[in-house]
Design a protein around this ligand. Structure first.
Ligand code: PMP
Ligand code: GLN
Length: 379
């Protein structure tokens, strides 16, 4: 077989979660909560299943959920998306990102990504014959260097994929960053794909800078989000896309043959659940408490804590503990210390090793406390 993705192996999330399980390690690698969503959400799913809503939903998603999404986005970011033509429910953010790239990138088109980059972006681009251009986010702040981004833009640039709050670094972009992005893309045919799956997990009173807040940018953007992160149900794989109708029409052409539609009773339940805005608005304070607890626990180790302004990930430099490569270090940490983490090299095309690893703190306090006990002993 001539592989379409010769350089791709198994994702780091599968590798580390599997190793954690084999070793009985505390799994702070793959990003997912170890606590439950609220019962009332499960009751809504059961309700809609029993009420007979178990067949195909409309291709773009259940109308009540699309309306609830549009209402939330208008309330938070002041942007009006027409639920009929400009909102589509997807099988998680991963499918949304993949479908957006498939719908909009032609062979030979250039796509700019920011490195470290979430691991699904580059394979999605390469499968379409797109050419990846990488802008570096430099440690320890991991802020975009707009002059460098500007230098990457050519007449072949078709798309810029951004992610704020950023996985794996926890960086949150500012309004000034969006102004730079708007200036760079103004008067071009460039489409922005904005991965905003951690939109509700922004700390210290900062605001999430959705591209939806900047009308000029929103006009040329596909925004992606995910209910998995917001409602503690990563396994449900339901997310959504917002885009102006010309872009959404292209997105849906692919979506209808990619998945056609998404799980009906779960969509109906999410529509009910979204009605109470305190659920997504309370998420930032909830995770800020976990971030602070986690950082305090790690302060008693030799890990160097890097900034964390959003997401449920904390990056740390371990150079004071070991000079091993980050992949070897997480292997040791999982097997010998009993705590699994993600090596940041997995997010670099050239496997760049900055001696930085990522922990997920979306865990119960007792889980985090058990991890501290191990980390404080060995690190
Ligand atoms: N983008 C980013 C930045 C993510 O962190 C994740 C999930 N960890 C996804 C996309 C995928 O989200 P989903 O599980 O909804 O497919
Ligand atoms: N996005 C999650 C993370 O960063 C993992 C999702 C996956 O396993 N593909 O850990």
């Amino acid at each position: 077989i001539v592989s379409r993705l010769p350089a791709v192996g198994t994702t780091i999330f599968t590798i580390m979660s599997r190793l954690a399980q084999e070793c009985g390690a505390i799994n702070l690698s793959q990003g997912f909560p170890d606590f439950s969503a609220e019962d009332v959400l499960f009751e809504r799913v059961a309700h809609w299943m029993r009420a007979g809503h178990n067949q195909y939903a409309p291709m773009a998603g259940v109308p009540a959920l699309r309306a609830a999404i549009a209402a939330k986005v208008e309330a938070l970011y002041g942007a009006a998306y027409d639920p009929e033509h400009e909102v589509t429910v997807t099988a998680g953010a991963t499918q949304a990102l993949f479908t957006a790239v498939a719908a909009l990138v032609h062979p030979g088109d250039e796509v700019i990504v920011f490195e470290p980059v979430y691991d699904s972006y580059v394979p999605a681009i390469e499968l379409q014959g797109g050419v990846v251009r990488r802008a570096r986010l430099a440690a320890p702040e991991y802020r975009p260097d707009w002059q460098a981004v500007r230098a990457l833009v050519t007449p072949r640039t078709r798309m810029i994929m951004i992610n704020t709050p950023h996985n794996p670094t926890g960086t949150v972009w500012t309004a000034a960053d969006l102004a730079e992005l708007a200036a760079i893309t103004r008067g071009t045919g460039i489409v922005v794909v904005a991965d905003e799956v951690y939109e509700h997990i922004v700390f210290d009173g900062q605001l999430h800078q959705s591209v939806a807040r900047v009308p000029e940018l929103a006009d040329r953007s596909v925004i992606v989000s995910s209910f998995g992160k917001t409602y503690h149900v990563t396994g449900w794989k339901v997310g959504y896309v917002l885009a102006p109708w010309e872009l959404m029409a292209e997105f849906r052409k692919v979506h209808q043959f990619n998945v056609f539609t998404v799980n009906t009773p779960v969509q109906l339940a999410l529509a009910d659940y979204m009605g109470d805005a305190s659920r997504h608005l309370g998420l930032a304070a909830f995770y800020q408490g976990k971030r602070d607890f986690f950082r305090a626990g790690l302060a008693a180790t030799r890990f160097e804590l890097l900034p964390c302004a959003g997401t449920y990930f904390q990056t740390v430099r371990y150079a004071a503990i070991s000079d091993q490569a980050d992949t070897a270090f997480v292997d040791w940490l999982t097997r010998e210390v009993g705590v699994a983490a993600i090596p940041l090299s997995a997010f670099f095309g050239d496997g760049r090793d900055e001696k930085v690893i990522r922990f997920c703190f979306a865990k119960r306090e007792d889980t985090l406390a058990a991890a501290f006990e191990r980390l404080q002993r060995f690190c």
